[in-house]
Design a protein around this ligand. Structure first.
Ligand code: 5GP
Length: 207
């Protein structure tokens, strides 16, 4: 069986990632989500096991020790990690899986040559990013400034990604992601013959 695709998505805070992911899930109901573990406090409206597995620092350290994580990173004073459990079973069963990672997570995966489609979503401008963070109202002024600074550093790393989408209109952003996935699936390197007669032809090495 061919493996599913890992769709690796990064977006600085205030880029509209949550809305984008919600719409993406609606349009691709079969897409699996690699739910991360985090030590950050749960926000209003978030659900355990759906948005994150919210765990203590001690539990997180235990998981690091047990090698449970494909990757982990400290982001804005909290720890975030993607477990092997959250990704491998889906991908190995041929299911496309979404991984939401910060730029450090992407760096780690690139370093291990992890196969996936790497997409970065960016705000139209820094001003817009600040405005979205202020509007969200979940963070203090200090935290907003910190998130904006982190965002600026993340934007500079755009070359690590295969695709960069500016999120002007969420519908367009999601459509671009669907197009990317569709195109990746029909790349010649992913081609799997649909019938035995074509398979035989390929094995014979006819050109
Ligand atoms: P938030 O606290 O706003 O949900 O996420 C903060 C940052 O952590 C975002 O950039 C998000 O993509 C990133 N993040 C979420 N889960 C993981 C993870 O498992 N690993 C890494 N490296 N980053 C993550």
């Amino acid at each position: 069986m061919s493996k599913g695709f890992a769709l690796i998505l990064s977006a600085p805070s205030g880029t509209g990632k949550t809305t984008t992911c919600r719409l993406l899930r609606e349009k691709l109901p079969d897409l699996k989500i690699a739910v991360s573990h985090t030590t950050r406090e749960i926000r209003e409206g978030e659900k355990e096991g759906l948005d994150y597995f919210f765990i203590s620092q001690q539990e997180f350290e235990e998981k690091i020790k047990n090698n449970d994580f494909l990757e982990w990173a400290k982001v804005h004073n909290s720890y975030y990690g993607t477990s092997f459990q959250a990704t491998d079973s889906f991908i190995n069963s041929g299911l496309d899986t979404l991984l939401e990672l910060d730029v450090q997570g992407v760096e780690a995966l690139r370093a291990m040559d992890y196969q996936g489609i790497y997409i970065l979503i960016l705000p139209p401008s820094i001003k817009e990013m600040e405005a979205r963070l202020n509007k969200r109202g979940t963070d203090s002024e200090d935290r907003i400034l910190q998130r904006v600074e982190t965002g600026k550093q993340e934007i500079k790393k755009y070359k690590m990604y295969d695709y960069v989408i500016t999120n002007h209109i969420v519908e367009d952003t999601v459509n671009a992601m669907l197009s990317i996935l569709q195109a990746e699936k029909v790349k010649s390197s992913h081609y799997r013959p649909a019938s035995p007669d074509i398979e035989v032809l390929l094995k014979d090495g006819v050109d």
